[in-house]
Design a protein around this ligand. Structure first.
Ligand SMILES: [Ca+2]
Ligand SMILES: [Ca+2]
Length: 150
């Protein structure tokens, strides 16, 4: 028998609503974090000690649902393929971010506000994978830039 609780919902309806909200939270990106680069423990992107993490993330390393913001003056280098949601390199960032020979998949917006050499593609690859009208602001200050739109 379904007891009607306060608000007019039965226990079964309340449990179904709680399950729906849990699934919605897990799948909607509410569980994303924002990672601010500090470079406190070196230059490796894959070292959690180099990030200040705001919000939940299991391993302390940015992935497809996390926003990344570079700040300060310490350099960052990919040591493996990586991914993030929004990537922001503000004009206040005075370090360099190098892909080395790896790929960075960006699922959200690419915000690169500085024409300085803060971003270095080296022999790596940027993959812009946004699916919901992401914004890309990018300075290309190189005679050797190769842009492929596929
Ligand atoms: Ca995450
Ligand atoms: Ca992670």
């Amino acid at each position: 028998m379904n007891r009607v609780q306060k608000g007019g919902y039965t226990q079964w309806q309340s449990r179904l609503m709680a399950l729906f909200l849990t699934v919605a939270c897990v799948t909607s990106g509410w569980a994303q974090a924002t990672f601010r680069w500090t470079g406190a423990a070196g230059t490796a992107w894959n070292n959690p000690a180099n990030w200040v993490q705001i919000g939940p993330d299991a391993d302390g390393i940015p992935d497809a649902n996390d926003d990344v913001v570079f700040d300060g003056g310490n350099n960052c280098t990919l040591t493996a393929d990586a991914e993030c949601n929004d990537l922001t390199i503000p004009i206040t960032y005075t370090g360099t971010f190098s892909l080395a020979s790896f790929s960075l998949s960006v699922y959200g917006d690419w915000n690169h506000a500085t024409p300085l050499n803060a971003f270095q593609s080296a022999t790596g690859t940027v993959v812009l994978k946004g699916s919901s009208l992401p914004l890309y602001t990018m300075y290309i200050d190189s005679l050797m830039a190769i842009i492929s739109i596929i």
